[in-house]
Design a protein around this ligand. Structure first.
Ligand code: GTQ
Length: 344
């Protein structure tokens, strides 16, 4: 059968599951990245009311994990917060237990309010206090138990958007509902607490940090030891990276975590970078200009800086610190030789 004209040629090609590259070239090979994620902020005070509502009306047994997902308006199906990362607000009530499971997605928790919960990670109970960063690397069994007496809320960070797009997602339920304690409580936190004295008996073969919890008390101590006499990074202020003590690298191969102190009156120099960043406000008030959008943030809010968007952080107060906890896909960008940044 002869091809009579262009219309025939284009429609015939489609039927053969083929396409003319010249019609796609400009979209597939752009001069620079254009994130589909939209600069967005989620205000904690508004979300908290819904977390409390579902805590009252939805039994944990029905939910497994009672989590409000922070869904970027540009990334609704499947839902994600930025291109490769997700953020959720999880709430657990006194007496509740979230059943044990594991998955190839890497996860961490950053505690917002309440205390007393422990998460059991591969048989070790790891206790959670506000500001603590707790790690659950891919394929570690984890369940959460709340024996204390006030609701507890934390931020979950996961890389499932990346893992699923790589078609590497596996998930399993634990044989029992919950894990038993099979290791000394908090040992993976205690044995690394100095930061530079490493236990010699821990194997160095994992790409994940061996630290279970980076406690807020230590984070605070690090920030106050640095004090006021350095300026830090001109874009991100006194920005400290949570590291794997065994190799100095990021905590997870797919997620890098930081804490950033913006000194009173801080106004960062604008820049853009290929990694996408999710920011959680630990304390203080300020603004972040992301592209054309001005985001005004308050304690416990979450906002995003999509990759290659120009951003500028400002601490609105002249007499108080602002502190952000941030996580990004910088380790992925760096390991694939895709990291770029530009100061503006
Ligand atoms: O706490 O195990 O927000 O497995 C998403 C998936 C939390 C968790 C999330 C999870 C968890």
């Amino acid at each position: 059968m002869a091809i009579a004209n262009d219309d025939d040629a284009y429609s015939g090609l489609t039927k053969l599951d083929a396409a003319p590259l010249w019609r796609y070239l400009g979209d597939l090979f752009r001069p620079e990245p254009k994130s589909v994620a939209i600069p967005t902020i989620w205000h904690y005070q508004a979300l908290r009311e819904y977390a409390m509502y579902f805590a009252e009306h939805l039994p944990i047994e029905d939910a497994q994990r009672r989590v409000l997902m922070l869904v970027n308006p540009g990334l609704q199906e499947p839902p994600a917060t930025v291109n490769t990362l997700y953020a959720g607000i999880q709430i657990l009530l006194p007496g509740e237990q979230a059943p044990a499971h594991r998955h190839t997605s890497n996860a961490f928790r950053f505690v917002i309010e309440g205390s007393g919960v422990y998460t059991t990670v591969d048989g070790e109970r790891v206790h959670m206090r506000p500001g603590d960063l707790l790690m659950t690397a891919g394929m570690q069994w984890h369940d959460h138990f709340h024996p204390a007496d006030e609701p507890m809320m934390w931020l979950d960070g996961l890389d499932y958007p990346l893992i699923n797009s790589l078609e590497a997602g596996f998930y399993e339920k634990f044989p029992d509902t919950y894990q038993k304690s099979t290791a000394p409580d908090d040992i993976s936190t205690r044995q690394f607490i100095h930061g530079r004295l490493n236990p010699t008996w821990i194997p160095r073969t994992s790409p994940n940090t061996p630290v279970g919890n980076y406690p807020w008390s230590e984070t605070e101590r690090a920030l106050s030891a640095i004090g006021d006499d350095v300026d830090g990074c001109e874009h991100d202020g006194i920005a400290l990276e949570y590291t794997n003590p065994l190799n100095g690298g990021p905590v997870l191969p797919t997620i890098g975590c930081r804490v950033q102190r913006l000194k009173p009156g801080f106004s960062g120099r604008p820049r853009r970078q290929t990694p996408s960043v999710i920011c959680h406000v630990v304390r203080g008030h300020g603004t972040t200009q992301v592209g054309e959008t001005l985001l005004q943030w308050h304690p416990n809010d979450v906002f995003v800086i999509p990759g290659w968007s120009t951003y500028q952080h400002k601490n609105a107060a002249t007499d108080d610190d602002a502190v952000l906890f941030t996580y990004s896909n910088e380790p992925v960008m760096k390991s694939l030789n895709l990291y770029r940044e530009e100061s503006l």
